[in-house]
Design a protein around this ligand. Sequence first.
Ligand code: HEC
Length: 346
Amino acid sequence: MLSGRSFCLAFVVALISAFGFVTLSHSGNNTDTNLSNNYDVTLSKVDGTPDALNPTSPEPNAAAQPSSSSIVPLQNWFDNVTETQDIDPKLFKDFWRKWELVTTRYKPEGQQLRFVYANKIGAEALAKGQYPFPEGTVFAKIIAHAEHDPIFDSSLIPGSIIRIQVMLKKANDPKARDGWVYSLVPVYDTKLTSHLTTNEIDACQACHVVAQSRDMVFSQPFPSPFGAAPAREVGDNSFQQSFKKMSIDQLPSHTRDLVKKLAPEAKSVQRLTMPSFIGTLGESREVLAGFAHKQNAVYILGSEDEKNILIAAPQDNCVALTSFYEDDAQDKKFQRTWSICPDQNQ
Ligand code: HEC
């Protein structure tokens, strides 16, 4: 029999191993500074920009879970979609029923399930590892909240959809970057309520360049459960290597101020600037925290103009993070500081 105390401990350990990272909850070092008003994003009207990207959203790992009743069957709304960004919606109509599900991913932060589909030519090229992908390849990614199954809560199920993103290989399209047209599909609507700006599309490209050796596609096919799994490329650490070491005096003023607040002792940092938007910060928090933890150094990612800044600094056995985001369209600024503790077992 476990005593009450050791049971408690076992429970905490189980929780820690269930999520790669755990948040330090309510420890006083979590300041949520919304410099202006609330970032007003409703789940029913997300077409790709904020929500999960919302820096004022709750703690990582503790995102509010919409109820299962908010699940909208894909076919009900998708049939009526008349507009997607820069790609004809007919090209990926019914993709979740007709295409191959090439992989799934789980993002512990924010508890998201991600499903990546490819059309036939794309799935075949991916299975064979034939890069670059042929013209006409399309990948579509559905991001959904992971929710509890009300009738048998042993695992998490895909719940309401957060966003759907698409990329089409069409090298001579004027909108293409590195041969790919990056696009969003409206969710819970038939038209896009807002479009990706040029800067945001630059940001899609800037991050996908990390997977340059696979023609900008991160996803790898499922390993086969029978026989040999397809050869997997060993991940390189070129992304980490693209950060440059510099003294904090070389940083532009706002970034330097934020670093001084977060890590007053730091003399030098590792910094990478690239076209980025709020989505870049959301996708990169755990990655940067991992770098800071393993290298015991301050890591900074963001745009040259300092409108998006993400800083990760080692702090005891944990990592302190600050994210800053300036939204020109709404004339608002957001800043948030919190800590995460990488799993000791990793
Ligand atoms: C900060 C990094 C980052 C940014 C910015 C980013 N992505 Fe991705 N994207 C990823 C990662 C990582 C994956 C792999 C699947 C996952 O983990 O969700 C991915 C997967 C995808 C896929 C499935 C094909 C693949 O590469 O696996 C599509 C389609 C996609 N992203 C579209 C977009 C679009 C459109 C944008 C811009 C609005 C964008 N991405 C911005 C990191 C990023």
